[in-house]
Design a protein around this ligand. Structure first.
Ligand code: 4AD
Ligand code: MG
Length: 487
């Protein structure tokens, strides 16, 4: 009830979330929100985004102007003052008897697209500026906000420092994906050099720059001074991946820790994921219960064989309660090579030999069919992983680890970093990267180098898992994907 009074100090209205937790005793209150439905010219279901539930506000129509009530329609913004009383009807414990009604803004029913009926997610993606006014999207976005807080809470409590790595980057050596170029030159009439190429020295930064694909390399520099750090920011990849798991702009959480080896790294990643999901379970009960029901409904419309064996809440609890299975790449290849879909050529990419890159069909087989639990794969072949991963003594595998999740595939990618200058230089050369570009990164190996590790978790993939939504475009407010950057 404390927060009821807090909000009253600000704008004389209470949040519906706080009100619904308060005993109705005929007290006068003011609420503000948007109309979800207006039934029988009498019952307004009002939602203010503070909680999933609507507040029923009852209008005695003889008390109000007919013209005013005509403007109370789905989507309109209202300020309502009235008595908060026990509900006369079924379906809710309390309601407001409206005494005063102000319409901040109407919503013409002919053109307001979010009507009280089932809209497809495809349709709502085109109305991304209004979709948060539906129960599903408001629940997803509240869970997203809570998960984000859970991330900061976890790292803060573990003694990590939050660092903000640059979004515009002058190094494109990470090799994590295709990059978007950043330029302030006139695209139609750029300055040219004597060879007729665009003269990037005349661009804003005097060189080619891009949007970052990862904050890792810069985070490493900070780990080598602050000890344990993490970034949590937007990252950008211009790959043409039109899947339900890829965005061109997504948020990544990247911790980086001095003096951590790969095992420490895996322990931290597992603890981190469990902690953040636990935070959501404890703080988003109402929204997750709603999303659990939505998920169950959606699953029940699928063919029996494709249905998930667990409900959403069950799946989250399962992750929290069970150890992730740790398996080397080499073991995984053996399992995959001998698997039914490989022998019967059901995989699109047949696993023939050690060294093959794993596709999401293989990752999902391991997680969903073979182990039936999250899997941490480690010690990948050097040639399918980035230059910075620490070489093992066998000379052919690196200290990489990926965490694979049921229904999602890759949730985390990370590694122990190569801290030995000569080994790192050799790999940079072998991968055809310009050493000069990484001069500052190599400096870390010249001055006080130490073993260190880190990983990256795609935040939207975590939100996708936690909300049981089917498409990553529906767990970020304004998704950016190939051919789509509206809003
Ligand atoms: O595996 P990735 O490419 O790893 C890195 O970028 C490392 N620098 C991380 C590190 O060690 N600090 O990406 C990390 C994670 C993936 O596991 C996946 O969850 C997510 O980022 N991810 C994407 N999420 C949404 N859309 C995309 N296009 C994504 N690409 C990667
Ligand atoms: Mg990866």
């Amino acid at each position: 009830a404390d927060s009821v009074y807090l909000h009253q100090i600000f704008n004389m209205s209470v949040k519906i979330k706080a009100l619904l937790k308060t005993a109705p005793e005929g007290q006068q209150v003011t609420v503000q929100g948007w109309v979800r439905t207006f039934r029988a010219n009498r019952f307004i279901a009002l939602n203010d985004g503070s909680t999933l539930g609507n507040l029923q506000c009852v209008v005695e129509f003889e008390d109000f102007d007919e013209a005013l009530l005509k403007d109370v329609s789905t989507g309109a913004a209202l300020k309502i003052t009235g008595r908060y009383v026990e509900s006369q009807g079924k379906g809710q414990a309390a309601e407001i008897q409206v005494e005063d009604l102000l319409i901040h803004g109407t919503a013409d029913p002919e053109s307001y697209p979010i009507q009280p009926k089932k809209h497809s997610f495809e349709f709502l993606r085109e109305k991304a500026h209004l979709r948060v006014r539906t129960a599903t999207f408001s629940a997803v976005m509240r869970v997203r906000a809570a998960l984000s807080f859970g991330v900061h809470k976890f790292f803060r409590e573990e003694g990590f420092h939050y660092v903000n790595t640059p979004i515009i980057t002058g190094s494109d050596a990470e090799g994590a994906g295709e990059m978007f170029r950043v330029s302030a030159l006139d695209a139609k009439n750029p300055p040219l050099d004597e060879n007729g190429n665009v003269d990037v020295t005349q661009d804003f930064f005097g060189k080619e720059t891009h949007l970052t694909v990862s904050g890792q390399l810069e985070a490493e520099t900070y780990a080598m001074g602050l000890g344990e750090v993490y970034t949590f920011g937007p990252t950008f990849r211009a790959e043409n991946s039109n899947t339900t798991r890829h965005l061109a702009e997504f948020w990544m959480i990247e911790p980086e820790m001095a003096f951590f080896d790969l095992n420490d790294n895996m322990d931290l990643a597992e603890k981190f994921i469990k902690s953040v999901l636990t935070y959501a379970l404890e703080n988003c009960q109402e929204d997750l219960t709603f999303l659990d029901q939505r998920y169950a409904q959606e699953e029940s419309s699928k063919p029996k064989l494709e249905r998930s064996e667990m409900g959403l809440l069950e799946k989250i609890q399962f992750i929290v309660d069970n150890d992730f299975k740790r398996v080397s790449y080499t073991e995984a290849i053996d399992i995959l090579r001998n698997s039914k879909p490989n022998k019967k050529k059901k995989f699109k990419y047949i696993i023939e030999e050690w060294g093959a890159d794993l596709q999401s069909e293989h990752e999902r087989y391991l997680v969903e069919k073979h182990f039936k639990t999250p899997v941490i794969l480690f010690d990948y072949p050097a040639k399918i992983k980035a230059f910075y991963m620490r070489m093992n003594d066998d000379g052919k595998t690196v200290r990489a680890m990926d965490i694979l999740f049921p229904g999602i595939g890759e949730m985390v990618g990370g590694s122990q970093r190569e801290e030995r200058l000569d080994v790192l230089q050799e790999r940079i050369k072998a991968m055809g990267i310009e050493e000069e570009e990484l001069w500052w990164y190599l400096d870390l190996r010249k001055f006080g180098s130490a073993p260190h590790s880190g990983f990256g978790l795609g935040f939207e993939r975590l939100v996708l898992f936690a909300t049981g939504m089917g498409n990553i475009r529906d767990v970020i407010p304004f998704p950016r994907t190939p051919q789509n950057a509206s809003f």
